[in-house]
Design a protein around this ligand. Structure first.
Ligand code: BES
Ligand code: ZN
Ligand code: MN
Length: 508
């Protein structure tokens, strides 16, 4: 896809289709009035008819009149005062998806109203619109065939139409949006692909090829080395499957290197390639979704690729413990007591609380590799989805300043995050008769306890992002199809890029 930024009036740009954002109740004044006039009143007619509105992500196709396009796509942005970065990204995606099944080679997006809504920050609009178009073009059905009916069009060219500014600088911002969007789509591919296609070794192979392509160091720890190291939590989950576990480690930069903030950031992702629950087996209903229990691993592996493209040489670590959680004669049993890599004894009372087990050892190992700051991403609980739904990721962390840094990165990335408290007093509910604690205590406050469990394995600043509700959509939205969303990929990229040498083109 070619990217072009033009400083022009929106009615002069030739394209197959023109996306026009509608902020709030459509007021036909300024540029929108001129577009309406040139469309022969089509836009205002559709508004009067009730087909075109400013409702968030509502779309309408309009005939172009004398405009040099085949269709105008009006996309509602919601009330102007509520337009934020997420709105800009999703609006662009919704505009593209409204054209599903159509032949569109060149798409133009009128960015003027969005730049106004984001306080004149045209670079951010260029980045987020491009990212939204790239992410909006994703269709999981394309994993299995190329000729998908009614899929979003594959563009040859995207033209961003802006009212003023430096087109070259805006094109650079758009290019970054493209790279971040492609990273999110890579994360979605890895999460969406079936457990048969991507067992732990398959995921490791994907990581190796990304490492080779972008010059990252890769180390894949197999079950033999994991046993020598003492990663018994990790091994306890993997042992029930014929597909052996793999701890995937990617490194950018020299071993002792720190980023511009003095950090060695480690991004960790839960890679449960399939979560049957193990001996504590899950009900059959929706069990197929548990191939996406590797979404955290998919996200951090994709983030490594994105960071290598945007900031080659930036020091960071990625760790993705990959396992299949299966019942079988070799499986861990409820009641097995296992010594973690950090020496703590864990009483595994529920084999379905497996994500925290593999992450526990991975967090310890990340610190051994020199990580000074940790962020893990995991489809850790069903509870977070019951609390926050599919649009808000649950966050935990300590100290508060590090959580705040991650939350600020999420805001910049246009991703929603809400903090859940780590109430230490609940830790007593996880006491074990035999070990230091159990992996699943009384269910009350289970979401908080999942965070408290992970906290037992960290001694440096750490944030845990529970994407159990947000990692995949069960229903399509105007801006995204069903399946994996790639959520938190952009947040992690924003966070890591804070450690890249000064980026003059970047605003807070
Ligand atoms: N992978 C699941 C959590 C999950 C469930 C994510 C549904 C997305 C959709 C996780 O391994 C799990 O099974 N968690 C248990 C924990 C419980 C046994 C303490 C849960 O949430 O029920
Ligand atoms: Zn799981
Ligand atoms: Mn589970």
């Amino acid at each position: 896809m070619e990217l072009r930024v033009v400083v022009e009036e929106p009615w002069t740009v030739g394209a197959d289709a023109l996306v026009v954002p509608i902020l709030g109740e459509p007021a036909f004044e300024g540029a929108l009035a001129e577009l309406d006039r040139r469309s022969g009143g089509e836009l205002s007619n559709l508004a009067a008819f009730g087909e075109l509105s400013g409702k968030r992500y509502a779309t309408a196709l309009a005939a172009p009149g004398e405009l040099p396009v085949k269709r105008v796509v009006a996309v509602g942005a919601g009330p102007a005062a509520e337009v934020d970065r997420e709105t800009v990204r999703c609006l662009a995606a919704a505009g593209l998806r409204r054209l599903a099944g159509r032949r569109v080679d060149r798409l133009a997006v009128w960015c003027g109203p969005l730049v106004g809504a984001l306080g004149g920050d045209a670079a951010t609009v260029a980045e987020l619109v491009t990212r939204g178009i790239v992410e909006g073009g994703y269709d999981p059905k394309r994993l299995y065939r190329d000729d998908v009916e009614s899929a979003p069009p594959r563009l040859a060219e995207l033209v961003l139409v802006v009212p003023d500014g430096d087109a070259a600088a805006l094109a650079a911002a758009a290019e970054r949006g493209r790279i971040v969007g492609e990273g999110a789509n890579l994360a979605r591919d890895l999460a969406n692909r079936s457990a048969a296609e991507l067992p732990p070794e398959g995921l490791a192979e994907e990581a190796r090829s990304i490492a080779a392509r972008y010059g990252l160091a890769v180390d894949v720890i197999d079950e033999g080395r994991a046993a020598e190291l003492g990663m018994n939590l990790f091994l306890a989950v993997g042992r029930g499957s014929d597909n052996p576990p793999r701890l995937i480690v990617l490194r950018s930069g020299a071993p002792e290197a720190r980023d511009a903030q003095g950090r060695l950031l480690a991004l960790l992702g839960k890679g449960v390639c399939f979560d049957s629950g193990g001996i504590s087996i899950k009900p059959a209903d929706r069990m197929e979704e548990m191939k996406m229990d590797k979404a955290g691993a998919a996200t951090v592996i994709a983030a490594a690729a994105t960071l290598a493209r945007l900031a080659p040489g930036l020091p960071f670590l990625v760790l993705a413990p990959a396992v299949e959680n299966m019942p079988g004669p070799h499986s861990t049993r409820p009641g097995d007591v296992v010594r973690a890599l950090n020496g703590k004894w864990v009483d595994i009372t529920n084999t379905d609380a497996e994500g925290r087990l593999i992450l526990g050892d991975a967090l310890t190992y990340a610190e051994r590799l020199g990580a000074t700051h940790l962020v893990d991403v995991a489809t850790l609980t069903g509870a977070v989805g019951r609390m926050l739904g599919h649009l808000v990721t649950g966050g935990f962390g300590t100290p508060q300043a590090w959580y705040d840094a991650v939350a600020a990165a999420a805001r910049r990335a246009g991703e929603r995050l809400w903090q859940i408290p780590l109430v230490d007093d609940y830790r007593a509910d996880m006491d074990s008769w035999y070990g230091d604690f159990t992996n699943a205590g009384a269910p009350e406050g289970g979401l908080v306890k999942s965070g408290l469990f992970l906290k037992e394995f960290v001694t440096v600043p750490w944030v845990h992002l529970d994407i159990g509700g947000t990692a995949y959509f069960r229903k399509a939205t105007p801006y995204a199809p069903r399946g994996a969303t790639g959520v938190t990929h952009a947040t992690l990229v924003e966070l890591a890029l804070e450690g890249a040498p000064a980026r003059a083109d970047r605003s807070a």
